[in-house]
Write a protein that binds this ligand. Structure first.
Ligand code: SF4
Length: 275
């Protein structure tokens, strides 16, 4: 089995409601090259673990859920970890899904060079959930281990070719919430032509236990969680965008396994660990 015909999977969710339109079958891939200090899924970083599952098997499972996915306007979203680390396999998967006219989305940092392979996958993807880690290069490097040039180029490319995207940014007190930086983010987003939605994801530490289970110190141990007031303030700074985009609030990304219903109290979304 080579990189074209199997996926290295962390977990699945058969009834996702926050990672794209409608009801989504969400595939969380194993492996991530970023090192986000706020990562709520520290257990997805290692690239050589996870379950190796043939794409044919993944497709057959997805087809079982078509009866409620399609009528809802939903589809399949690939998240992580970082999906683009498995670009070749995703090209194979999405080509199969397109035979059944299934909507495809990818949740990514966009921290990748725009190779021919990546561009081929972009063509097969209906929607990108693009996580802008930080609008300031040096602050991006400090927060997630990588400067942001590649993801900025990625966003510009999606805009240039007319590819729809939802922008996400984690609102981390002391890291991404200054007025100056939010205004820079707003200025950049204003230059993009295909943004359909902007989602502010208030930082929380619900994934701290995963670091601790691995015997690791949680990097943001002294950072407070973001509040409703923090969100409202950020929303006001970005408010001019509201005329163009819907501003929605979600609990953190890659954190999409937790969703707020009242305030920031999470409930656990049911997920399938196996088919
Ligand atoms: S938050 Fe997402 S992109 Fe960042 S390290 Fe964790 S899995 Fe990777």
């Amino acid at each position: 089995m080579d990189a074209n015909d199997s996926l290295r999977v962390h977990s699945f969710e058969s009834f996702g409601t926050v990672d794209g339109p409608g009801i989504r079958y969400v595939i969380f891939l194993q492996g991530c090259h970023l090192r986000c200090k706020y990562c709520q899924n520290r257990d997805t970083w290692e690239e050589n673990t996870g379950n190796i599952i043939p794409i044919s098997e993944v497709v057959q499972t997805i087809l079982k859920y078509q009866s409620y996915i399609k009528p809802s306007g939903g589809g399949v979203t690939v998240s992580g970890g970082e999906p683009l680390l498995q670009t070749r396999a995703l090209i194979s998967l999405f080509k199969e899904l397109k035979k059944y006219d299934i909507n495809t989305a990818i949740d990514t940092s966009g921290m990748f060079s725009l190779t021919d392979e990546v561009k081929e996958l972009i063509d097969l993807t209906d929607l990108f959930l693009l996580d802008i880690k930080h609008i300031v290069p040096a602050k991006s490097k400090e927060l997630v281990g990588f400067s942001n040039e590649l993801e900025i180029e990625f966003a510009k490319y999606l805009s240039d070719i007319g590819k729809p995207m939802w922008i996400r940014q984690v609102l981390v007190p002391g890291y991404t919430d200054s007025e100056e930086d939010l205004l820079k983010l707003k200025d950049f987003l204003s230059t993009l032509k295909t943004v359909q939605k902007v989602e502010i994801l208030p930082y929380h530490d619900l994934g701290k236990f995963k670091w601790e289970n691995l015997g690791l110190k949680y990097p943001l141990f002294d950072t407070r969680t973001a509040t409703q007031e923090d969100f409202e303030r950020a929303k006001n700074i970005l408010r001019n965008l509201m005329y163009r985009y819907n501003l929605e609030i979600l609990c953190i990304l890659c954190y999409n396994r937790f969703q707020p219903i009242v305030g920031f109290k999470p409930f656990f979304i049911y997920r399938n660990w196996l088919f």
